[in-house]
Structures are given as structure tokens and as C-alpha cells.
Design a protein around this ligand. Sequence first.
Ligand code: NAD
Length: 498
Amino acid sequence: MPETPTPAVTPALDGRAVIDGRRVEAADGRTFDCLSPIDGRLLTTVARGGPADIDAAVAAARRAFEDRRWCGQAPAARKRVLIRLAERLLAHADELALTETLDMGKPIRYAKSVDVHSAANCIRWYGEAVDKIYDEIAPTPRTALALITREPVGVVGIIVPWNYPLLMAAWKIAPALAAGNSVVLKPSEKSPLTALRLAELALEAGLPPGVLNVVPGYGPEAGSALALHMDVDAIAFTGSTRVGKQIHVMAGQSNLKRAWTELGGKSPNIVCADCPDLDRAVEAAVSSIFFNQGESCNAPSRLFVEASIKEAFLEKALALVPRYQPANPLEPQTIMGAIVDRIQLDTVLRYIEQGQAEGARLLAGGQAVEPVPGGCYVQPTVFDGVTNTMTIAREEIFGPVLSVITFTDLADAVRQANDSIYGLQAAVWTRDLNKAHAVARALRAGTVHVNQSDEDDITVPFGGFRQSGIGRDKSLHALDKYTELKTTWIRIDDPLSA
Ligand code: NAD
């Protein structure tokens, strides 16, 4: 097997679970292989968690919650631990970034500058927020006082996908822990390593044992055991719409645990002829669909472009495509890395074949390539002549495939943009303020961008309408998922008004 560049740090790549503050093998000793999509090499073996391991982790989380070792601490004390954890992440940024790149194939430059830094920022932000949030007193008659307070839900199960493994975990564990919950996290079997390391760093930062447990394993084994568990109070899930629906069913079948789901997307990006800066619109359209190898839930995969600028737009877009030829993600200049595994690579290639079979015109890419032998890579791919009824416009591909749909009537473009089971994100490009407002209002999506397509900040909520999920990550709104609202009535017999 060819050598990849020697990294500056050597991550431990420990695949054992973290339960009750200790590294442990699966109860039945089973493991699975963790392969790198960069070149197919075996990175390590990982504990194959199942119901017994989930039981042990939930029991540890429950004990931690009941004896109040974390939820009983003052918000300012929880803040200090979370800020220390954010600092630990930054101190280990090279190691975490390398682990993430080896595990799921994203370019090392983004693993560090985006994933690790954003995860640390998220954890710090919720830490800083938690001692600045006040509860409410209701404007009731003076004969009583009604306190409206937020309490932690209890034991929170968290299931995350493989595309931003550390960051998706951070988006959920940070508000859950800030609110005082205990957590059992199940990372994706395709990229479990940084979540396991996160739990160790949390212990080093002073999080009491049992408060954050991480059980790796397969979805139908460890994941469903968590979603069905009778002693889990809430389940927060990020992943596909298909599995998200099962999560809600499992919540209902078991103990009616609160279920929150952040699911798939098929985001429309509408570029009008009066777009204020065509070069910027082209750059954004191309970079956003190819970022993270197209493995982003909010990737603007449906490009609606007005007919009169279509040719100019495509000429500029195709000139940018060669930049995104996949390369070894461990090289610092690489901007498109490996697809997470062979299964996902085959899925992407199947969609490309189907696009051609249904009559879309392949303008660029379409092939698997091997810049590193044994790895999983696909060329950046652009289809023209797509209609919104084609499979490649309706289903989430989760790969670097852009579908270009031409429009002449803006109202019809908006109607088509909304004609999707998803509603995660959308964008419109126009210099006409009235048009921008009207289209932004009409688009059925959790986030709408105007004249840009990738702005992002921890202060704003992220999540979808319709089958893109229920609930929001990020911002103070995320705390709603990890807290119960309690009303406490206190009778007031006012001696002064007797
Ligand atoms: P997936 O649904 O296959 O898996 C997600 C997680 O669920 C994994 O940990 C998996 O092991 C687990 N799982 C699978 N089957 C399960 C079951 N029966 N019971 C319980 N858990 C189960 O999704 P994926 O392929 O890992 O990730 C890609 C998907 O995630 C895409 O659809 C993408 O749009 C979505 N995503 C959404 C957001 C968002 O914020 N909306 C963010 C990132 C990714």
C-alpha cells in the first residue's frame, strides 16, 4: 500500500467505548474494522456496541443525573468545564483533525479550520451562555406567583452521522451538557473516532465520569437500542430522513421520549438574471456543492438559473470545476477529499448513472477516480438539462453532484424549489430588494440565504421544515430540546391587603 504523507502527530485511534469514565470493550467483545477511505487501510478496530453496552451507558448516565454530580453544579461551574473542554479541543486540534481526515476522508485543512474549530467554538459558546440565561415569572394575578423554569430533561441519547462527526456531536452535546443533562452518544459506525476522543478530553476538562458516555456501533444495534431505551428521556438525532422517521416511531413505541431530528436536504439555489455579482454567485454555487465532497445536508444541490444568464453562468462554473478534482485529503492544499466509504461512493455513482439514464446532460465529472490507490473518490460532477422531476433532483445524493435546472418564470422556479420533501435550506440571488424579500418569504426552508449561500454562525438556529426534521441545532433555541418547561405556582396570601 502506498505511503501517505507522514502526519506531524500520531493519534492513538482508540476504538473502545467510553462508559462511566472508563475505556471499555463491548460487553460481548465484538469489534468492527474502521477503514480509512483515503486508501482503504485498516485504522483500528472499534468496539461493536449493542444493547448491553447501551444499557451500561444509560445506567451510568442515570446514576450521574440522579446524584446530581453535574446537573447539581451551578451554571457558572458547568460553564468553566465546558470552556476548558473547548480549550482541550483546540490544544488537540492537529490530532483531532488528523483523526477526522483519516476516518472519513475530508481534507485536513478543513478538518482543522472548520470541524475542530467550529466544534470548540460551539462548546465554548454554550458554556458561556449557560450562566446568562434567566427563567420567567408569569404576569398572573397577585394572589399567586407562577415561576416558569427550565430543567434538564435527564438522560439524553444522541445519534450522529459521519459527515461532520465531531461537529455534529458538538452541536448536540454542548447544549445538552450546558443544560445539565447526562448523555449517551452513539457516533456513526463510519466515523466513530473523534467522538470517542471527545469523551476523554471531556473527562480531562473536569466533566464528571458518567455524564458523557460514548458507545460506538451500528445503527440497527446500538442506535436502535438507544432510541428504544425505556430510561432515556430524550433522543437527539442527526442523519437521514429514512432513519429519522424510525427514530420518531421508536420514541413512540418505547417511553415517548422527546425526539428531535435533523435530517436530509435537497437545497435549491435560485440565481436570477439580475443577480448582483455573477462571479460571486458562481463561486458560491460551485464551492458550496463540492465542499466536504458534497456530503453536507444543506449542500445547494439544485441550481435554478434564469435562462438568459445560463450559458454565462455555466461557462464560469465549468472553469472552476477542475479546482475540485479529488486528491489525497492529507495534503494541505487539497480541497476535495475522499467519499466516506465504498458504499457511499457506489450510491453516488448510481445516482450519476440514473441522471444520465433519465436524460440529464453530463457536463463535467461523473467518474470514480483513485488519486490514492485503494481510496474512494469521485470527480466533481455537473448535470445540465435537469428537470425537478428527475431522481437526481428529488433524492439526496450526498455527493459532489450539481443539478442545473433552467427557469424563465420566477414564480414557477419558487414553486419547483418548494416541490421537495425537504426544507432545510434555500438561496436566492437578485439585486431587487422586493424580489429578494418575496422569494425568501415564499421559500419553505429553515434557512434562506440572500445573495450568498454559506453564511453560518453558532448564534443562529439550524434545522429544517418538513421532512428535513423537527427541532433546531445551534443558538439558544437548541436548549429547548434539552430542557423541560416547568411551571411552579406559589400561593401568595398578601397580609398587607387584608
Ligand atoms: P444515517 O441515517 O444512515 O445514520 C445516521 C446515524 O443513525 C448513524 O449513527 C447510524 O448508525 C444511525 N442509525 C442508522 N440506522 C439506525 C437505526 N435503525 N436506529 C438508530 N440509529 C440508526 O445517516 P448518515 O448516512 O450517517 O448521514 C447522512 C445523512 O445525515 C444525510 O441524509 C444528511 O442530510 C443528514 N445530515 C443532516 C444534518 C442536519 O443538520 N439536518 C447534518 C448532517 C447530516
